[in-house]
Write a protein that binds this ligand. Structure first.
Ligand code: 8YV
Length: 312
């Protein structure tokens, strides 16, 4: 009998079909899932959704949560570690695409690409109207909040744009030629563009608050490719509306996909729907790693990218 897997997410083709051939994939939305609660050793989800603790508690045999993503903010890792449940993510394979998105959003807001496209499509250009000038990336200071693999990849790209690099990281790190700051406020005071690349945890919730936004100032931009929860979103919206910061490029929000309607009314933002890793290449590599984790575990091995195994 094929191993049943409780699914909250589907994987890109052809890996989705390969999984379905080898395992019995049962969607969490399917009534059948409720009848099989005692059978599931493996659950498959993504970074945005995670899995509710209430689900974990209903699954007495759960041994592996295979995450199609790197974010684990929607998973109770302490509970998983205590129950010796592997949480295996797609560590490493999405770094470059997410870093590209951070630079894409930086370009989009500094050069006002959204307004530029609207201007061409609406015919205003043809009518002879003109647009306000954008701002150069070259020579600007980019302040990276969180120097993990993605933060570092953002810095490397920003160097190619001839930006000055600064960062804040919870634990001490140093990179030749990059300036380190002891607090997010100090980083924001220095930076022209503050890029949020830190993992969402209890400690980083609301890290980018009013004091950080005030330090960034009216010529400063915020870019977020991490999680909505890392920014005090009401403070961000207030600052954008009051123009006490210049603008924001955002891939992530609170309450996705039903985000705060105040965002849609702003003309100093560039908004994309949580697509940092959404390329065919990266989603294929992510799906392959999810499958590798599941295959390895069910073959009696440690899942290659388990982040909880070290706590067992
Ligand atoms: C995905 C993410 O969009 O890795 C993450 O944590 O947020 C993204 O890569 C998400 O996992 C949905 O598949």
């Amino acid at each position: 009998m094929a191993e049943p897997i409780l699914t909250f997410d589907t994987l890109i083709e052809p890996i989705g079909s390969q999984m379905a051939e080898r395992y019995e994939l049962i969607s969490a939305d399917d009534a059948k899932a409720q009848e099989r609660l005692g059978d599931f050793r493996v659950a498959l989800t993504n970074g945005g959704l995670g899995i509710e603790a209430a689900w974990i508690e209903k699954l007495p045999k759960l041994e592996l949560i295979a995450v199609n993503g790197v974010g684990t903010d929607q998973i109770d890792l302490d509970l998983c570690a205590a129950r010796r449940i592997h949480v295996a993510t797609t560590l490493g394979v999405l770094t470059d695409d997410v870093a590209d998105m951070a630079l894409g959003l930086t370009l989009a807001v500094l050069r006002d690409l959204g307004r530029g496209q609207d201007f061409v499509r609406s015919g205003e250009w043809a009518e002879g109207k003109t647009l306000p000038l954008g701002r150069s990336l070259k020579g600007k200071r980019i302040g990276i909040v969180g120097l993990g693999a993605i933060g570092r990849a953002i810095g490397e790209r920003a160097q190619a744009f001839k930006m000055d690099i600064g960062f804040w990281n919870r634990s001490e790190k140093s990179v030749a030629g990059w300036t380190t700051f002891s607090t997010p406020v100090a980083l924001a005071e220095w930076a022209d563009v503050l890029v949020v690349a830190v993992a969402a945890t209890g400690e980083t919730q609301g890290l980018i608050d009013t004091s950080v936004l005030e330090a960034l100032g009216r010529d400063g931009f915020v870019v977020n490719i991490a999680r909505g929860s890392v920014i005090d979103e009401v403070a961000l919206l207030d600052a954008l509306e009051a123009r006490s910061i210049a603008g924001a490029g955002l891939d992530v929000f609170l309450n996705e996909p039903r985000i705060d309607p105040r965002f849609a009314k702003l003309d100093n933002v560039f908004l994309v729907p949580h697509v940092g890793s959404a390329t065919i290449e990266t989603r294929t590599a992510m799906a392959q790693l999810v499958k590798d984790n599941v295959d390895a575990y069910l073959a009696g091995q440690e899942p290659p990218t388990s982040i909880t195994a070290k706590h067992f």
